[in-house]
Write a protein that binds this ligand. Structure first.
Ligand code: NAG
Ligand code: NAG
Ligand code: NAG
Ligand code: NAG
Length: 421
C-alpha cells in the first residue's frame, strides 16, 4: 500500500459494501451514526456531500446511491431519478456517470429534430410491451411452441424480475429483460420468494458506474435477494431480504453478533463474514490501487471474479492459464466443462447450462439439460419425442417438431448444436 494505510484502506473498501437503504436508515439514528462515522472512510477524506435527491428520498426528490467509480470506491455517488419531461442523456459505454436517469416508468426518449431527449412514459413503447406484442403476433401466426412463455411486464412497462424456463430453472432479469445474477430451481411458488431486488441493484451499479474496477455492493443471496446478514468491517446488521432495510441494531462481530435475530448458528459458527472469493477480490482491489498509484495499466482486472453473493463467478480462468472452466460457487470445476483459451469455445463460453444442470442435479430433478463441452446450452434440445431450438438461457424458440423431423428446425446445423472448438 502506498497512499493509504492498510487499515483505512480496508475501512474504505468495506464501507462501500454498505447498501444505500441501510445507510440512510442508520443515519437517522444518531447513536448509530456515531458508530458508523468511526467506520466510514468518507468521514476522513473529502467526499462531496450526497445530492439532495438521495438525502431526501421522498416522493419528489429521490435517487439511487452507488459507491463512486474510484479504485477503492471510497465515496458515494447519487444518481438522481429524473421526472416526467426532464432533460436526459442516452449515455452509453465511455460516457461519464450520468447525474440522473429517468425514474420508474420513464425512459429517455430521443425527440425528432434537434430537441433534447426528455423523460417520457414507457408504456406502449417499452421493450417489455413490445416483446409481449411480438409474442402475441407470433401466436396468431402459429409460431409459438409449448414451452414458450409470454413476457411478463410490470405496470411501468418493465420486465418482471424473474424469468422461468419451464421444468428447469428461474433466473433474474433486469428492467430491460437482460439476464442478471440469481437463479433457482423452477417451482410453482418461486416468484413469491424470488424478486431479485439485490441483484438488480448490483447490476445497476455495474452498468451505471461503468467502472473499470470490480465494484462491491450489498451482499445478495443465491436467488438475488439481500443476504439477511450484512457486515461492514466489524459491524453487522440484519436486513429485510427484499427491501434491504435494516431490521436490527448494528452489532460488533467480536461481541454480540450471536444475538442478532438473523444470526444462524449453523451458517455463522466461527464467524468470518467475507467469503473466499471476496478475499481474492479485495486482494485484487489492493493491487489495483497500488498499480494505479504507480501509473500502471490495470486492464487484467476488468472482470469481477465474484458474483454478487460473494461466491465465485460462473466462468473462471484456470491458474495455469491454459483454459477457462465453468465454476461452482466455491471455484471448483463443474463436471468437465472447460474450453482452451483463444478458441471459439472459450470466446462463446457462458456456462449457463452447466450451472443450471448442477442446480437441477443437486436438487435431484428428473430432467436435466445436456450441455456443450464449454457449458453452454445446445442450440437444439429434445424432450418427450419432440425437438425444438433453444436460446442461450435454455428457453424454447419457435415451434417444436417430432424428433424424426428435427433436421427441419432452423437450428439443426447439420447436427452440430455446439460452437466448434
Ligand atoms: C438507535 O441506536 C440505538 C443504539 O444502537 C438503539 O438502542 C436504538 O434502538 C436505535 N433506534 C432505532 C430507531 O433504530
Ligand atoms: C422532498 O425533499 C425536498 C428536499 O429536502 C423538499 O424540498 C421537498 O419539499 C420534499 N417533498 C415532499 C413531497 O416532501
Ligand atoms: C469491536 O469490539 C472489539 C473488541 O471489544 C474492539 O476491539 C473493536 O474496536 C470493536 N469495533 C468497533 C468498530 O467498534
Ligand atoms: C469452530 O471452532 C472451534 C474451536 O476453534 C472448533 O472446535 C470447531 O470445529 C469449529 N467449527 C467449525 C464448523 O469450523
Amino acid at each position: 500500500m502506498t497512499r493509504l494505510s492498510n487499515f483505512s484502506f480496508l475501512l474504505c473498501v468495506l464501507s462501500l459494501a454498505w447498501l444505500a437503504g441501510a445507510q440512510i436508515e442508520l443515519a437517522k439514528n444518531s447513536s448509530a451514526r456515531m458508530t458508523f462515522a468511526t467506520l466510514n472512510y468518507r468521514e476522513n477524506s473529502q467526499c462531496d456531500t450526497l445530492k439532495t435527491a438521495c438525502r431526501a428520498q421522498n416522493s419528489t426528490h429521490n435517487g439511487i446511491i452507488f459507491p463512486s467509480a474510484t479504485p477503492c470506491s471510497c465515496c458515494q455517488t447519487c444518481v438522481e431519478n429524473l421526472r416526467l419531461g426532464d432533460d436526459c442523456s442516452v449515455g452509453g459505454l465511455g460516457y461519464p456517470v450520468p447525474a440522473g436517469i429517468c425514474g420508474p416508468g420513464l425512459y429517455c426518449k430521443v425527440a425528432e429534430g434537434d430537441e433534447h431527449p426528455t423523460c417520457q412514459p414507457m408504456l406502449e413503447s417499452s421493450k417489455c410491451f413490445t416483446a409481449q406484442k411480438e409474442y402475441d403476433d407470433q401466436r396468431e401466426a402459429g409460431l409459438i411452441g409449448h414451452l414458450m412463455q409470454r413476457p411478463e411486464c410490470d405496470g411501468d412497462g418493465n420486465f418482471q424480475p424473474v424469468r422461468c424456463i419451464p421444468g428447469q430453472t428461474c433466473f433474474c432479469v433486469d428492467e430491460e429483460g437482460n439476464r442478471i445474477f440469481g437463479e433457482a430451481v423452477h417451482t410453482a411458488n418461486i416468484q413469491i420468494s424470488m424478486r431479485c431486488e439485490c441483484s438488480r441493484l448490483a447490476a445497476k451499479a455495474r452498468k451505471l458506474l461503468n467502472s473499470q474496477y470490480p465494484v462491491l455492493s450489498a451482499r445478495c443471496d443465491s436467488k438475488g435477494s439481500y443476504d439477511q446478514l450484512q457486515c461492514v468491517n466489524d459491524m453487522c446488521v440484519c436486513v429485510d431480504m427484499h427491501t434491504g432495510q435494516p431490521t436490527s441494531d448494528l452489532r460488533n462481530v467480536t461481541k454480540g453478533v450471536s444475538i442478532l435475530p438473523c444470526f444462524d448458528k449453523r451458517l455463522h459458527e466461527n464467524f468470518t463474514y467475507l467469503r473466499d472469493c471476496e478475499n481474492v477480490k479485495l486482494a485484487q482491489i489492493y493491487d489495483i490501487v497500488e498499480f494505479t498509484d504507480n501509473d500502471f495499466n490495470v486492464l487484467e482486472f476488468d472482470r469481477d471474479v465474484c458474483q454478487p453473493d460473494g461466491f465465485y463467478d460462473r466462468i473462471q480462468l484456470h491458474p495455469t492459464g491454459g483454459y477457462q472452466y465453468c465454476s461452482d460457487k466455491d471455484g471448483a470445476m463443474i463436471e468437465n466443462f472447460q474450453a482452451p483459451l483463444n478458441t471459439r469455445l472459450a470466446a462463446t463460453m457462458n456456462c449457463k447450462c452447466a450451472k443450471a444442470r448442477k442446480l437441477l442435479l443437486d436438487s435431484k430433478s428428473l430432467e436435466v439439460p445436456e450441455c456443450c463441452p464449454n457449458g453452454n446450452y445446445k442450440s437444439l434440445a429434445c424432450r418427450r419425442g419432440e425437438c425444438y431450438c433453444v436460446d442461450e438461457d435454455g428457453g424454447q424458440v419457435g415451434i417444436e417438431r417430432p424428433e424424426k423431423d428435427k433436421q427441419k428446425l432452423p437450428c439443426y446445423n447439420g447436427g452440430d448444436y455446439c460452437p466448434l472448438g
